[in-house]
Design a protein around this ligand. Structure first.
Ligand code: UN1
Length: 511
């Protein structure tokens, strides 16, 4: 449970700030260091919580608890596990508004989108609750008489779920819900910017009746405890969503132990607008996909690849639309675009502006951090459109993870697909066209795990696989049925009831 404290600072003295703790073996406990760090509202820099800072000893305790819980949990009937998840989803639904508002304060996204994040978690939890009564395997004919052949899922063991701040509720559910419905136990290490939503998720699962030790929470910075968790011999699998650089590091340090690692990493997603497209419709998709969540979705459209037949018209209209977007606190109903999550992150976004200009791109609108008024207290960056961008420029190749999109002009569908696929990432892509042949060529040739036709690049639904090709991942998918494969082993079982030795591939019964 969280403990209400009085804020230490005069300007927020009437606001109770919360102290957030670890959850290990069914108990809410402070980390062994006794140290805390602060959780800030990125829109104004106010402290909203203090957070226990875990040590490697706390990680050891969490892994130990997860290991001890594993045997009983894997034998606990899966439909009963599903009932716990079902109850958790009901609690989430009841608490949706409160969770959404806390999320906006904690990481900045506008409250309508925070509700969407919570809803995505609810959807995933109901979906995986249903898997308590499915988890289908195959029963197939055996090639020998009086023999039975089937496959069943088997849990992997203790899963380290290391999650990002941009979807602080939904993404943890993508990992935790499939993991526990399949009989695994979990050590959950959320991003240090979003411990509050992580605590809320664990509280909900506790209230729903999840047995102690099945889910353990350790709060703290990746640098302090991340490597220890990844390399821990008691951890059988690491599921990580975050940057490609961190993913590559985890891959290396996890490799010697051969544990499974599953990644959802960076993206450089693009919307293609062909010369036969409904330009106004594409505009809606671009604004939503480029500036929703302040551009901090892995699926954000940070490139617009526009056919030169429509590029000028599209650019003019986009600039006018972006001019009208209002920055502000995500809880204000007038706000279209909230802050970037942190000082470090907004500085990174801003650092791309001189890079863009040096390479010859032009800032058509935006490009600055507000320096006066209330916005100057938060980590805001203006929604930005870059034009005259060439496909090989850094702003067209690197993930910026902020409210910035780059327009690249092309002369044909083939050229557009070439530009789309020229980046190292492969998460999401979209095409706006009225030509069914172009749409199908695009669907076939896009090297991305998610493809949209006449819609933006964001908004994946949880019943289909989520993940990407190339440097976006390592071949695993989350969500949907594919998510079950990520968090389980297949076990193939043969039962011979003939009462004699039967040799597969040798006793062929055909002479
Ligand atoms: C992410 O940014 O990592 O498809 C997740 C979408 C959301 C999930 C994004 N459903 O944009």
């Amino acid at each position: 449970m969280s403990v209400g404290l009085r804020a230490p600072r005069g300007d927020t003295s009437d606001v109770a700030i919360t102290h957030l703790r670890n959850y290990i073996d069914g108990k809410w406990v402070d980390g062994s260091s006794g140290e805390s760090f602060e959780n800030l509202d990125p829109a104004n820099g106010e402290i909203i919580a203090t957070v226990t800072k875990s040590t490697t000893a706390d990680v050891d305790a969490a892994v130990d608890a997860a290991r001890r819980a594993l045997d009983a949990w894997r034998k606990f009937p899966a439909p009963k596990r599903g009932e716990i998840l079902y109850r958790a989803a009901e609690i989430m639904l009841r608490r949706k508004e409160e969770l959404a508002r806390e999320m906006t304060r904690e990481m900045g996204k506008v409250v309508a989108e925070a509700r969407g994040d919570v809803q995505e978690g609810i959807d995933m939890t109901y979906y995986m609750a249903g898997e308590g009564r499915r988890q289908f395997g195959d029963v197939v004919p055996a090639e020998l008489p009086n023999k039975w052949a089937m496959s069943v899922r088997h849990p992997i063991g203790v899963i380290a779920a290391i999650t990002p701040w941009n979807f602080p509720f939904a993404i943890p559910t993508w990992k935790i819900m499939p993991a526990v419905i399949l009989g695994n136990t979990v050590v959950f290490k959320p991003a240090s910017y979003t411990p509050m939503l992580a605590v809320r998720l664990v509280e909900i699962l506790e209230e729903a009746g999840l047995p102690k030790g099945v889910l353990n929470l350790v709060l703290g910075g990746g640098g302090d405890i991340g490597d220890h968790l990844v390399q821990h011999p008691g951890v059988d699998m690491v599921s990580f969503t975050g940057s490609t650089e961190t993913g590559a590091h985890i891959n290396q340090i996890a490799a010697p132990s051969l544990k499974r690692v599953s990644f959802e990493l960076g993206g450089k997603n693009a919307i293609l607008v062909m010369d036969d497209a409904d330009v106004d419709l594409s505009l809606e998709g671009i604004v939503w996909s480029a500036f929703g969540t302040t551009g901090q979705r892995c699926t954000a459209a940070s490139r617009v690849i526009a056919h030169r037949g429509v590029a000028d018209q599209l650019t003019d209209k986009l600039v006018e639309r972006v001019r009208k977007l209002r920055l502000g606190h995500g809880l204000e109903p007038t706000t279209d675009v909230g802050p970037v999550v942190s000082k470090a992150q907004v500085e990174k976004v801003a650092s791309f502006m001189p890079i863009a200009e040096k390479e010859g791109a032009v800032i058509a609108i935006g490009g600055k951090r507000p320096s006066t008024g209330a916005l100057a207290k938060g980590f805001f960056h203006e929604p930005t459109v870059l034009v005259d961008v060439k496909p090989n420029m850094r702003v067209a190749q690197e993930e910026i993870f902020g409210p910035v999109t780059a327009i690249i002009e092309v002369g044909s569908l083939d050229e557009a697909i070439g530009v789309l696929n020229s980046v190292k990432y492969g998460l999401s892509s979209s095409i706006y066209t009225r030509d069914v042949n172009k749409a199908f060529r695009f669907m076939r040739d896009a090297e991305t795990g998610i493809v949209y036709v006449n819609a933006g690049t964001i908004g994946a639904e949880i019943q289909l696989p989520f993940g990407g090709m190339k440097a976006t991942g390592n071949g695993h998918r989350e969500a949907g049925r594919a998510g079950l494969d990520t968090f389980s082993e297949w076990k193939s079982i043969y039962v011979d009831f003939s009462g004699k030795l039967q040799r597969a591939q040798i006793d062929t019964n055909n002479g």
